[in-house]
Design a protein around this ligand. Structure first.
Ligand SMILES: [Zn+2]
Length: 135
């Protein structure tokens, strides 16, 4: 690839990279802008700010990445960054840090499942109580 400032550089993609590097190879490129990424795993949840109708937001968007010439050492090795909601990302995570994040999110999912059970009980109780109130 042509380097910004002159010369060329041979960059080898890791086997999991699915990035289209056409813009890197067709234009002079700063090496620190070369970014290898895997396919992204994502899901959408409808969210609202209460003023507008709910719209789908991408949440927990993540992919395997490496930015081999980055100034940030954590980005120069394969890592995962998780985009919690649009434009809100974690720092580059190593294997242990990703495990801690998964544990944190899984614990919160457990809390949500417990809340779901409480909701089901509250709904059932509410339904029974409402029947008694209706005149
Ligand atoms: Zn690549």
């Amino acid at each position: 690839m042509p380097k910004q400032g002159g010369g060329t550089h041979v960059e080898v993609c890791p086997p999991w990279c699915t990035t289209d590097h056409t813009s890197d190879t067709s234009n002079p490129t700063f090496l620190e802008d070369v970014w290898h990424q895997s396919d992204v795993t994502r899901t959408e949840i409808e969210l609202t700010n209460d003023a507008d109708a709910p719209v789908p937001w991408t949440v927990l968007d993540a992919c395997l990445s490496v930015i081999p010439h980055s100034a940030d050492p954590a980005s120069r090795v394969p890592h995962v960054a998780v985009q919690f909601v649009e434009e809100v990302w974690t720092n580059p995570l190593d294997v242990n840090e990703l495990g801690q994040l998964i544990d944190t999110v899984a614990a919160q999912l457990d809390n949500l499942r417990a809340l779901q059970r409480k909701l089901a009980a509250a709904r059932a109780e509410w339904s029974t109580a409402a029947k008694g109130v209706v005149a």
